[in-house]
Design a protein around this ligand. Structure first.
Ligand SMILES: Cc1cc2nc3c(=O)[nH]c(=O)nc-3n(C[C@H](O)[C@H](O)[C@H](O)COP(=O)(O)OP(=O)(O)OC[C@H]3O[C@@H](n4cnc5c(N)ncnc54)[C@H](O)[C@@H]3O)c2cc1C
Length: 390
């Protein structure tokens, strides 16, 4: 009788062959960042024909969301199979065919809290990249203190009437729909009067104004809601219990941020140092060697922590603090790694649009996004260590 391990090695072989035949060479070894990735959506544009083909082939197998159930457009893979697929894609440096907040954040929340109708309506569209989702959590007066949010949704019988403003909506002006936190009971204590609502950004009264950054890029929007009528069917979970959905979703955002890092791609810090200084030159730079060693040890520890999380997941025993720990470690490490990389390359790396410069500027933003690292430290000190609040 074939063992589970035999099944998995057969599966690995099948995946390897399929990727070899279906991943075009031009969809491999491509440095990938938010700007050159495919994000899907109603007005989606593919980088080129090969990338389009690669996306379509992956979507057809459900491998844009390998572990989601097949009836929702997923690949139906178990955790070990999904991991093998990820490893094999990494082995050939295949581009991620579809980046999506729908995949990273909303999908898992809908699988846990959505009704069957909501799952059937939204998950396949996420898997096929038909709808691009935005995250409408932060407001001008509610970032770290998210539960202070003021965007109101008034119960009007068959619909909610939404008024208010969100900010820092990543690519809000390019998105089709937005998952939002809205206040449905202004009298209740702040965590208890919030609901989780899905809003179509094409609806009258929704306006996403791009925010121009110092770099000239427009990666965020301010999103305004003025008398927007939202069907009751778009409420996810129980009314006034949206905080549960919000927190659950954030664990996926933080885990994703904790398991990806710009340093994971391209030339490593140690290789770059050897190339630029040579073995003897590096021997004369104890400070640099120390920094490289610390980043490499940190990377190694983060990988082990990620493996631990994966094993906990398989055993159904994930620590509620793992997402905060992983997010904190990975984003701090990534910032340090990109800073060291820039220091190594010196002026040569200060090339606008170059990938080292981009990563260096981009990495610290992840210490703020998804709940700042100071807030993760607060969560850990209060809830994991039981320390008194400052
Ligand atoms: C790259 C990026 C993408 C983002 N994308 C989105 C998105 O798509 N949708 C969305 O809704 N939001 C998004 N955000 C917003 C993000 O969630 C907030 O910026 C974040 O939660 C911090 O809130 P704030 O900016 O209001 O800062 P504040 O809450 O005003 O915090 C300012 C500073 O004070 C510190 N601080 C605040 N309170 C405490 C405390 N109690 N203890 C210790 N330190 C504290 C913070 O750590 C921070 O350093 C994004 C942010 C970034 C950087």
């Amino acid at each position: 009788m074939a063992s589970h391990d035999d099944d998995l090695s057969g599966f690995r072989e099948e995946v390897r062959q399929w990727l070899e035949q279906n991943c075009p060479p031009s969809a491999r070894n491509v440095p990938q960042n938010a700007d050159n990735s495919f994000w899907g959506g109603r007005n989606a544009v593919h980088g080129n024909e090969d990338r389009k083909l690669w996306f379509e082939r992956m979507a057809q197998r459900g491998w844009t969301v390998p572990s989601w159930p097949q009836r929702y457009g997923g690949g139906g893979l178990d955790a070990s199979q999904a991991r093998i697929l990820a490893e094999e894609m990494r082995r050939i440096d295949a581009v991620n065919p579809l980046q999506s907040l729908g995949i990273m954040m909303l999908g898992p929340a809908l699988l846990e809290f959505g009704s069957e109708e909501q799952k059937l309506e939204h998950l396949p569209k996420i898997a096929r990249g038909e709808i691009r989702w935005a995250q409408g959590y932060s407001e001008p007066g509610a970032g770290s203190d998210l539960a202070s949010l003021q965007t109101r949704a008034e119960d009007c019988g068959d619909h909610f009437l939404v008024n208010g403003q969100k900010i820092w909506t990543t690519y809000g002006h390019k998105c089709d729909m937005i998952f939002t936190l809205v206040r449905t009971d202004p009298q209740a204590p702040k965590h208890q009067g919030i609901s989780f609502l899905l809003i179509d950004m094409a609806d009258p009264g929704v306006e996403a104004r791009p925010i121009r950054q110092l770099s000239g890029n427009e990666n965020f929007s301010e999103t305004f809601f003025t008398d927007v009528r939202v069907p009751k069917a778009n409420l996810v979970g129980v009314i006034n219990r949206g905080w549960d959905v919000a927190k659950y979703l954030l664990t996926f955002e933080r885990t994703t941020m904790g398991s990806s890092g710009s340093g994971a791609q391209g030339e490593g810090l140690d290789q770059a140092a050897l190339r630029l200084f040579g073995r003897e030159g590096l021997a004369r730079e104890p400070g640099l060697r120390q920094e490289i060693a610390e980043v490499l040890i940190g990377t190694w520890s983060a990988r082990i922590a990620g493996q631990r999380l994966f094993d906990q997941g398989k055993a159904g025993a994930i620590s509620p603090f793992s997402p905060s720990v992983l997010k904190l470690l990975a984003t701090e490490l990534d910032t340090r790694r990109t800073r060291a990389m820039m220091a190594l390359g010196g002026f040569d790396h200060l090339d606008p649009g170059g990938s080292a410069a981009y990563k260096w500027l981009d990495a610290p933003t992840n210490c703020i996004a998804g709940g700042s690292n100071e807030i993760q430290l607060n969560i850990l000190s209060k809830r994991a260590l039981g320390l008194p609040e400052a």
